[in-house]
Design a protein around this ligand. Structure first.
Ligand code: AMP
Length: 404
């Protein structure tokens, strides 16, 4: 059976999914798995399409010290036990820099260019590139496709792409890139089937997961985003603060004596819902908690979504639809109800019963703006891109052999 492997590698886990390629290029999810606890308590877990368990095994710490080792374990399990020999591998790569506006087939030259963006995303890019390098070394003939979280936002005009800093820094790459692009692209491609009348109009999409951002779309394209140079900006997230006066960073450096790497760790791991609540980074726990700090964190999250929606509505000069997606957006009717209240001044009103049922359309008939819940699927987006590039035969070496 022809299949596509999708890989999403982070610092402590390698997530993977396998899609069967069916007639006329349709894709069907076959396997979902991950190797997590890299360097601490490594574990391989995988399940089939119906969540049926396929593997769950722990490994000694020294056998999986890093991402390449995790990729090797996952690859061996896929080849030898699941009997998967993919036609191609699609990778999530967080940063495509200023130039990559779409996914690309990778070879050594492309990897070298993507290495340049490591300084722009030091916590993600090296881990995203590691499995690409191992597959290039061990299976040089299998086509690999890099799909970028920044690419969907490259339709921004110059105003949305700039900071008010000297031009030289912009030329060096200090720009407002925007992230979660694969999620927004999936929503953009799915909306015409759900709501053809609004898909081409002014839509705000709220990707609310452990990472959170919002995107303003017009004609299905990104015109503005709450994230900028890094995935720290914009909305508060599980452990990242969102919008923060750069003066706070200066204060941490000069008054608290923190090094740049300590500040980086602090901003990525100790802030956001976790830092503000002192309770948890998980919205489920915060919603269930009676702790006043947990309540403050939830209130802040909702408030900032409202503020940012106002900003994006200004960028779009109006709004014709609002979409919730990702872990919190798809699953928390409570947060959706509260965000809708924040948007009441725009004429948004939810239908409480449809919202509780997690229906596709959750706004009341009287709402001036329709509100949708659309589950995102970044991995399917990557698999589709990979298959498209494979079928177009744009491989750098034009070879499409399978891994054997
Ligand atoms: P994601 O990053 O898109 O996988 O989203 C993960 C986040 O979604 C978790 O950290 C949870 O906070 C949140 N989440 C998942 N399910 C629920 C739920 N039923 N209610 C509230 N939050 C949820």
């Amino acid at each position: 059976m022809d299949s596509i492997l999708v890989v999403n590698a982070g610092s402590s886990s390698v997530k993977f999914q396998v899609f069967a390629v069916e007639s006329e290029g349709a894709l069907r999810r076959l396997i979902k798995g991950q190797v997590d606890g890299i360097g601490s308590r490594p574990r391989l877990r995988a399940s089939g399409a119906g969540n049926d368990p396929m593997a769950d095994r722990a490994y000694p710490i020294e056998t999986i010290p890093d991402v390449p080792a995790a990729m090797q374990v996952a690859g061996e399990w896929l080849r030898n036990e699941a009997r998967i020999h993919p036609l191609a591998v699609g990778h999530r790569v967080v940063h495509g820099g200023p130039d990559y506006v779409r996914p690309i087939l990778v070879d050594h030259g492309v990897v070298a260019r993507l290495e340049r963006f490591v300084t722009l995303a030091p916590l993600h890019q090296p881990h995203n590139l590691a499995p690409i390098r191992s597959i290039l070394a061990n299976f040089p003939t299998i086509p690999q496709v890099a799909c970028f979280d920044t690419a969907f936002h490259r339709t921004h005009d110059a105003l949305a792409d700039h900071y008010a800093i000297p031009h030289q820094l912009h030329a060096e790459g200090v720009r407002r890139y925007g992230f979660h692009g694969l999620s927004y692209e999936y929503i953009s491609r799915t909306l015409p089937q759900i709501a053809p009348d609004i898909a081409k109009r002014r839509v705000i999409v709220a990707h609310l997961g452990s990472g959170a951002s919002m995107c303003a779309m017009k004609n299905g394209l990104s015109v503005e985003s709450t994230m900028g140079f890094t995935a720290l900006d914009g909305l508060p997230m599980g452990t990242r603060p969102g919008q923060l006066d750069p003066g706070v960073v200066l204060y941490l450096l000069s008054e608290k004596g923190m090094t740049a790497s300590k500040v980086q760790d602090f901003l990525y791991r100790d802030c956001g819902l976790k830092g503000l609540s002192g309770v948890s980074n998980d919205m489920r726990e915060l919603e269930a908690s009676l702790d006043p700090q947990a309540k403050l964190a939830v209130d802040y999250f909702v408030y900032r979504i409202g503020l940012n929606a106002g900003m994006l509505a200004a960028a779009l000069q109006g709004i014709d639809a609002f979409v919730f997606t990702a872990g919190i957006g798809e699953n928390s009717s409570g947060i959706r109800a509260r965000v809708a209240e924040q948007l009441g001044w725009l004429g948004v009103a939810l239908d409480p019963a449809e919202n509780t049922r997690h229906s596709r359309l959750i706004s009341a008939k009287t709402s001036l703006i329709p509100v949708y819940v659309v589950p995102t699927d970044e991995e399917l987006m990557i698999a589709q891109h990979t298959l498209t590039l494979l079928m177009n035969g744009q491989s750098p070496n034009s070879r499409h052999e399978r891994v054997s």
